[in-house]
Ligand binder design. Structure first.
Ligand code: SAH
Length: 244
């Protein structure tokens, strides 16, 4: 699905911005990069700033008009810092745009279009768009570097996809970060209660103390590994009786 979301850069002046945009895309799982009349491409500056995303730069298609770049798309969103007088539907918030785009990308390609560093998109180019989006920013200094604008919109698209039903995204977590099962947790509590009794810490059944400690350990949300560490400690203090 993310492969159907295309980034189109119109007449980019600095090849470094092409490389940095490719990098921004790749970090967010986007792969389809189309360049409309880039001033200098291929260029070693583009490759250099792509860092690990040279593959996207190498695969980028170069075309000679915006029309050609977006002809097969069902939705074309132009990114601009300023509102033009054209009566296109406008997304005030990038996350609203991203949700719409992720919905539409089920059927067919959609494009996010970015303008020139100096002058953005022309009115004629905006006519090839179906929508516009602006990244809300400081009203006195709200124009972002091209590749940073790509990064923010790509992030929003990735976020909308992550939260969509068909996403198979898995969050990174350390392997030993699995929570213990309830059974393991209750065994730990029982073990702790035994040690408290045997050590003389509790002289009579003190349900309240036990409950408070249970609440403390529940709040702490120990991982499986941490819980077995605690059980090791209890065992060293008072070895568990043989169970046969
Ligand atoms: N002077 C130009 C700015 C171009 S910045 C202008 O007035 O339009 C290069 C490109 O980055 C823009 O064409 C746009 O696609 C994107 N961009 C920069 N800041 C943005 C913002 N706040 N919201 C949306 N897109 C932005």
């Amino acid at each position: 699905m993310l492969s159907r979301i295309r980034i189109v850069l119109v007449q980019t002046f600095h090849p470094g911005n092409i490389g940095a945009s490719a990098r921004a895309m790749k970090t967010m799982g986007l792969t389809d990069l189309v360049l409309v009349n880039p001033r200098a491409f291929p260029d070693e500056e583009a490759t250099r700033l792509a860092a690990g995303a040279e593959d996207l730069v190498a695969q980028a298609r170069v075309v000679t008009s915006l029309e050609e770049a977006v002809n097969d798309c069902v939705q074309v969103v132009g990114a601009s810092a300023r509102l033009r007088s054209l009566p296109l539907p406008h997304f005030d918030e990038p996350d609203d745009m991203a949700q719409a785009v992720v919905r539409n990308a089920h059927q067919a390609p959609i494009a996010l279009v970015f303008g020139r560093e100096r002058s953005g998109l022309t009115n004629d180019e905006i006519r090839h768009c179906t929508h516009q989006v602006s990244i809300p920013a400081n009203p006195e200094y709200g124009i972002l570097n091209l590749s940073q604008a790509v990064q923010i919109l790509a992030y929003e698209v990735h976020r909308a996809w992550r939260k969509s039903a068909e996403s198979d995204f898995t969050y990174q977590r350390p392997l030993d970060d699995i929570p213990p099962s309830r059974e393991q947790f209750m065994h730990f509590q029982a073990h702790l209660a035994r040690v408290m009794q045997q050590s003389g810490f509790l002289t009579q059944p003190h349900a309240r103390t036990e409950q408070q400690l249970q609440a403390l350990f529940t709040r702490a949300q120990p991982s499986r590994k941490e819980l077995s560490l605690l059980r090791g400690l209890l065992n060293a203090l008072a070895p568990e009786e043989d169970k046969h």
